[in-house]
Ligand binder design. Structure first.
Ligand SMILES: Cc1cc2nc3c(=O)[nH]c(=O)nc-3n(C[C@H](O)[C@H](O)[C@H](O)COP(=O)(O)OP(=O)(O)OC[C@H]3O[C@@H](n4cnc5c(N)ncnc54)[C@H](O)[C@@H]3O)c2cc1C
Length: 303
């Protein structure tokens, strides 16, 4: 209840105050901030996936700007020998306005990354984007095999069938690379599980299918139960280290993250940055008011 009231007050809070809440989860406003955070993570044996903030673009000039910024990001990462991949949100490139424009822009980014031996993951947005983002993934996978991945959300009832379709599409090449996460958007009950236990069960069913079908699994969660459940599946199926990694968000559960790294597993941290931090933060808070408690806790407790 309190969370909902705070979310309602967001529009009246000064940006500087929202920044105080948000900065733990965002590398900074500039590219150099993301470089510095990624370097620190790399020094701790952790990989990163760098994400330029900005979603749901409606203006073509802005799309061009974001594309150029991603190209600059890729070049800067390579110049600095950082160990990271890149995450992109297709609505930033006009997915919902003009799919061809979006494809052309994301294609340029993936082509640049691939030419430098790097990897790009297409983040999954709300359910109006699911089919479009899967289509985009399949197209780019054919053009840049081994350099592009997708995200699927365990709360969606369709996800297992989406993974099965991707495996069929792959025809045994072993190129499918999926980040499996719970999902952050508010989706209607007809299409999404709402109960936490049900989402967790689906997460592990999806993961099990991925591991037994030669799909690279990026296991993205901070939920201890799911991490334990994943360990069991990885052991049962004797999955080799090249076929999975764990992923977490920057600023979230660093102790749990360390415990996974200490076991010798690959860990990749999602590092968002950019001038559009405000919309990203407030949208996340509105979508998931439970985040408010995490943020309030983060103000008082560290680690
Ligand atoms: C690397 C990565 C990429 C992602 N990409 C996408 C995507 O493309 N599309 C999408 O829909 N969703 C994405 N998500 C978000 C994801 O879907 C979940 O909403 C989010 O990870 C919270 O789920 P959880 O599995 O951590 O479980 P939860 O049950 O939400 O959290 C488990 C525990 O983690 C801690 N925790 C979780 N979040 C926070 C926080 N913000 N601050 C402090 N503690 C916290 C709490 O202790 C909590 O009890 C991504 C998540 C990660 C880690």
């Amino acid at each position: 209840m309190i969370n909902h009231w705070i979310v309602r007050l967001l529009d009246f809070l000064p940006r500087n105050l929202v920044w105080v809440f948000s900065k733990r989860y965002i590398a900074g406003k500039e590219l150099k901030d993301a470089v510095s955070v990624t370097r620190k993570l790399n020094n701790q044996g952790i990989k990163a996936t760098m994400d330029l903030l900005g979603e749901f673009q409606t203006r073509a000039e802005k799309v061009q700007y974001y594309k150029d910024e991603y190209i600059r990001l890729i070049e800067t990462s390579v110049e600095n020998s950082l160990d990271n991949s890149f995450s992109v949100k297709p609505t930033m490139f006009g997915l919902l306005l003009d799919e061809n424009m979006c494809y052309a822009n994301v294609r340029e980014i993936v082509a640049k990354a691939a030419s430098l031996g790097r990897f790009v993951r297409i983040d999954m947005e709300d359910s109006q984007c699911t089919d479009r983002e899967l289509d985009l993934y399949r197209k780019l996978l054919n053009e840049f095999p081994g350099h592009v991945g997708i995200v699927l959300q365990a709360y969606l009832k369709r996800t297992l069938s989406d993974i099965k379709n991707l495996v069929e599409f792959d025809k045994g090449r072993g190129l499918i690379n999926v980040r499996i996460c719970k999902g952050i958007y508010n989706e209607p009950a007809e299409m999404a599980f709402k109960d936490k236990e049900e989402i967790n069960l689906n997460f592990l069913i999806d993961l099990d299918f991925m591991l037994s079908n030669n799909v690279f699994a990026a296991i993205a969660t901070h939920d201890r139960k799911l991490i334990q459940g994943s360990y069991v599946k990885l052991k049962e199926q004797k999955v080799s280290h090249e076929k999975f990694e764990f992923q977490m968000l920057y600023g979230v559960t660093p102790e749990l993250r360390k415990s996974i790294v200490d076991r010798g597993h690959t860990m990749r941290v999602y590092v968002p940055y950019g001038k559009d931090w405000y919309n990203y933060s407030t949208r996340r808070l509105r979508e998931n008011p439970k985040m408010v408690s995490h943020i309030i806790k983060a103000l008082f407790f560290r680690g």
